[in-house]
Design a protein around this ligand. Structure first.
Ligand code: GLP
Length: 260
């Protein structure tokens, strides 16, 4: 554990917007810029994508840019952070369903360039599957940009408190708070899976650029800990404090407890 109670967040890496809409539009702009830059270079853009309520408006803006401003996703290769285990890709609560509904069905990304952990394999195939996912990311030269939300317990992806900083893609037990927050989508706690596949912390921190987006007052407590608190596995997102390639994008409500 690195003791860092005196470390203040590097405010050059933090932008606070007046509203969730503005924060989301800025985030989408950063993603679009990367896609365009890679297009100019004749390269693919390797994107790590997130689910949850937080990125929804980012995806809406990307769809708008595609429909009305000619942004093409033809050079995009995507890797999603995580998926519940077990779940069927056809379930409305699955992240495959979420991504198709909120982004992929509305842009010109090639189906074969989309990667989302599929958790319909049997338990003895999981470790091999996770290693393949990790290696697939590496085979593309790693992630150019990783979009992150943050869980109320500080998780990124589904790297729950206690996740090792050198962890890679794997099966993980979901934290009670994570399962409680998922009731919103599953209707009842009994319907929420107990496990998930997630990219590891080490997988995430290898990304060349990381955008962490947090919106709303319910994220303010954990944002304070993640940005100002001790760097420790109890708050997995705290590791981001050590990385030069991270940008924190907050709306005013999420930033309310951060002293400038
Ligand atoms: C889930 C996802 C995370 C996400 C988090 C926050 O746990 N696995 O990647 O960041 O939820 O969700 P929300 O954006 O809905 O607050």
């Amino acid at each position: 554990m690195i003791k860092s109670s005196n470390i203040q967040p590097d405010f050059d890496k933090l932008t606070v917007y007046d509203s969730a809409v503005l924060a989301s539009k800025y985030t989408a702009k950063k993603i679009a810029e990367l896609i365009l830059q890679k297009q100019k270079e004749g390269n693919r853009a390797i994107l790590g994508l997130a689910t949850g309520n937080t990125p929804k408006m980012v995806y809406q803006e990307l769809i708008r840019l595609h429909k009305y401003e000619g942004l093409s996703f033809s050079n995009v290769v995507s890797f999603n952070l995580d998926e519940y285990y077990p779940i069927s890709v056809n379930d409305e609560q699955s992240y495959t369903y979420f991504m198709n509904n909120n982004l992929f069905n509305h842009v010109d990304i090639t189906q074969e360039n989309i990667h989302i952990p599929h958790t319909d394999c049997s338990s003895n195939q999981i470790s091999e599957y996770c290693l393949d996912y990790e290696n697939k990311i590496k085979s593309y030269g790693g992630l150019d940009l990783q979009l992150l939300g943050i869980g109320r317990n500080g998780h990124i992806g589904f790297n729950e408190p206690g996740s090792k900083f050198d962890s890679i893609t794997r099966l993980i037990d979901l934290h009670p708070l994570t399962r409680e927050d998922a009731i919103e989508n599953f209707g009842d706690l009994d319907n929420v899976p107990h496990q998930a596949i997630t990219m590891g912390i080490n997988t995430i921190v290898q990304a060349k650029k990381i955008l962490l987006l947090a919106l709303g007052e319910r994220k303010s407590e954990i944002i304070k800990k993640a940005l100002n608190g001790t760097i420790a596995t109890e708050v997995p997102s705290s590791i981001l404090q050590t990385l030069p390639q991270v940008e924190y994008i907050l709306d005013r409500e999420a930033a309310v407890l951060i002293q400038k």
